[in-house]
Design a protein around this ligand. Structure first.
Ligand code: HPA
Length: 361
């Protein structure tokens, strides 16, 4: 166990320093040219110094090789995340196979678990805290039917100020818990003219706008223990799971309001301009939200299967001559109204995933 005790997670490489390990030829503990900081808060080689007389931070001495200084390093190393996972494992007797990330207003999915154990984020070593109304801020471990699951009630959004590696870190913790499949849910604005408020869109694919700008939490040193350097995303949303979800929704008589489409993530927190929405439409995007993509990339990187759906909480305004405006209250209200259907859909889906043996026994 590191002695740093849960104080490190928000730091950047400027705060932490990067050490060249051992022989100076770039060979390291994890083979990627870097050694993750062993003490994340305090006595490593970075000497950030607070000069209280003028209120400025001054770096007195930094032993990081100049060639590496300023590089992006995700401080949630394998070892750090193992501490988060170990904390949970020490307190549960089941091993979750499916993780569910509950989007805005969709936290009720976690309330229906049997044999529930709650883990408020502030109690889990290294976990960020959720700041958005409608996001409770805890992990709930329990059983949905016969399947052991872990639910994230409240996720971490880029617009809250978290770097993408914080948004994605819970997925790596899930991997360390033994999770095989991720269900991501979100609230999204409907761009497809056929979509109405309250509809569900199964994610077929996504467009990663922050990714176009070079924002990826996989940027920086890659730890092969999670996954390989370059990750394929052409089948990010598992075909078998999508087929199964469509047959479950027809069995439940939900065909009228369940679609399949393309999601996009924008950084937010502002909603989009009309011109931006028109551009997205041209690209073939059906729904827009502010989440999901980092978690899906993290999952695919470490070999977790993904299934996602959006709840359409508002229709995007793509013309200029209207007073209509989206707002967060509208999003929450739409989610609230569809709660019972969503619970039915997710419970039947998970049951079918088990019957179809799409997760291990
Ligand atoms: N845009 C972006 N994110 C959203 C929207 C939207 O219209 N609705 C819910 N989340």
């Amino acid at each position: 166990m590191s002695s740093s005790k849960f104080t490190n997670a928000g730091l950047t490489v400027e705060d932490l320093g990067i050490e060249r390990y051992g022989n100076g030829h770039g060979s390291t503990e994890n083979g990627n040219g870097y050694r993750p900081p062993s003490k994340l808060n305090g006595s490593t080689n970075s000497k950030a110094h607070h000069d209280s007389s003028n209120g400025h931070h001054r770096h007195q001495q930094d032993d990081t090789p100049l060639a590496l200084r300023g590089n992006v390093v995700n401080p949630y190393t394998y070892e750090v995340l193992s501490e988060s996972a170990q904390y949970i494992m020490d307190r549960i007797s089941i091993r979750p196979k499916i993780a569910i990330i509950c989007g805005s207003g969709l936290g009720s999915l976690a309330t229906i678990l049997d044999e529930k154990i709650d883990f408020p984020y502030e109690q889990i070593p290294h976990f960020p805290q959720s700041t958005v109304p409608g996001h409770a801020g805890k992990l709930v471990v329990g059983k949905m039917g016969k399947v052991p699951v872990v639910c994230m009630q409240g996720r971490f959004h880029y617009y809250e100020g978290y770097p993408l590696w914080k948004c994605a870190m819970p997925v790596r913790v899930f991997k360390l818990l033994g999770v095989e499949m991720l269900i991501v849910t979100n609230a999204a604005g409907g761009l497809n003219p056929d979509y109405k408020v309250g509809d569900i869109m199964i994610l077929k694919d996504h467009v990663n706008f922050p990714g176009f700008a070079g924002e990826s939490f996989l940027r920086g040193p890659n730890d092969e223990r999670f996954g390989s350097r370059f990750v394929a995303l052409n089948s990010a949303y598992d075909l078998d799971l999508r087929k199964l979800a469509k047959s479950v929704s027809s069995e439940l008589g939900m065909n009228d309001f369940v679609h399949e489409g393309i999601y996009t993530m924008v950084g937010g927190p502002n909603f989009e301009t009309v011109a931006e929405l028109r551009l997205m439409k041209l690209l073939g995007i059906d729904a827009v939200g502010m989440s999901t993509v980092p978690e899906v990339i993290a999952a695919r990187h470490c070999g977790i299967k993904c299934f996602g759906f959006s709840l359409i909480t508002n229709e995007c305004v793509t013309c200029y001559d209207t007073d209509d405006e989206p707002d967060h209250a509208e999003v929450m209200e739409a989610a609230f109204r569809r709660q019972d259907d969503l619970v039915r859909f997710v419970t039947s889906f998970i049951d079918s995933v088990k019957s179809a043996e799409l997760i291990s026994k």
